[in-house]
Design a protein around this ligand. Structure first.
Ligand code: AMP
Length: 281
């Protein structure tokens, strides 16, 4: 496995593979890898001849008061995971490599980014679309792998790839969870033991939604209300949003029809956690 911090070297490697007729899978990450990332790399290795993993904490997708400076890192551990899962190349650029001094071009999106995380984090998806485009241009993969845990990100990236005619297949992979249901996240490391216990309320509320939908309830408002009540009953937890939207457009729906996204974001102490249940795929 190779490790590089330059776009030039990424291009040289991928070009050489392409000359041999090999296919390339790509897994963009911000590092501090866990079993969720690991499952994406594994899937990419299964479906492609070579896999590139990027590790880059993208400043553009963090708001001013967010946790950019506090984002966890452990490159030794990340390297072992990439090696274990059969990645061929880690691309680990510096901020300067990605954003030169005079950088001023952005990829922006309307509509899809007005709800959920896009509403709570105003410039987040502008940062995501810009960095994903830059990474796609550097790596030039056949397929790129994203987690359903960030379902709005999946919708946004799929839309962007289609709107801008990027010749890349976007593969969405299932959310990997802890034994008690909490979605794996690099940010879970910030939770103290009390917060860690309280955090499970997010998955419990989504399970409640799943149960209600399975029992035939289709009114978004009723399900939202039950979820909010449940989350509010947990001390130390604050709701950012609980929304039910169309899986593709991210627009709120009043009656639940498949495929629908039931998504929630909460603060447990200072840590913001997101998770979702997807009905109908
Ligand atoms: P991040 O490092 O948080 O930017 O995540 C990189 C990729 O891993 C994104 O496509 C995420 O959706 C995905 N991911 C993060 N957590 C999980 C998880 N628990 N299960 C599956 N995929 C995940």
């Amino acid at each position: 496995m190779k490790i590089t911090d330059t776009i030039k070297e990424v291009r040289e490697n991928v070009k050489a593979w392409r000359t041999e007729g090999l296919t390339v899978g790509f897994v963009p990450t911000m590092g501090y890898l866990h079993e969720g990332h690991q499952s994406l790399i594994r899937m990419a290795a299964k479906e492609n001849d070579r896999v590139v993993v990027s590790i880059f904490i993208n400043p553009l997708q963090f708001g001013e008061k967010e946790d950019l400076d506090n984002y966890p890192e452990n490159f030794e551990h990340d390297r072992n995971i990439c090696e274990l899962e059969g990645a061929a190349l880690i691309f680990r650029p510096s901020r300067e490599e990605m954003y030169s001094k005079n950088f001023c071009s952005y990829v922006d999106m309307t509509g899809l980014t007005d709800t959920l995380c896009g509403k709570s984090r105003p410039n987040h998806f502008r940062g995501v679309c810009t960095v994903v485009t830059k990474l796609f241009n550097a790596v030039n993969p056949d397929r790129a792998y994203f987690g359903w845990k960030d379902a709005q990100q999946v919708a946004v990236v799929k839309r962007m790839v289609s709107d801008l005619n990027m010749d890349i297949e976007i593969v969405a992979c299932e959310t990997i969870r802890e034994a008690d249901g909490l979605a794996k996240s690099s940010r879970n490391v910030h939770l103290n033991s009390e917060e860690r216990k309280a955090a499970t309320i997010l998955q419990k509320a989504l399970k409640l939604a799943e149960k209600k939908i399975a029992s035939g309830i289709r009114t978004s408002r009723d399900i939202q209300k039950a979820m909010i009540e449940m989350i509010d009953s947990e001390a130390g937890v604050k709701i950012d949003y609980v929304e039910i939207v169309d899986l593709e457009t991210m627009k709120p729906i009043s009656d639940i029809e498949a495929p629908a996204l039931i998504a929630a974001a909460i603060y447990v102490g200072n840590t913001r956690l997101i998770d979702n249940y997807i009905y109908g795929i």
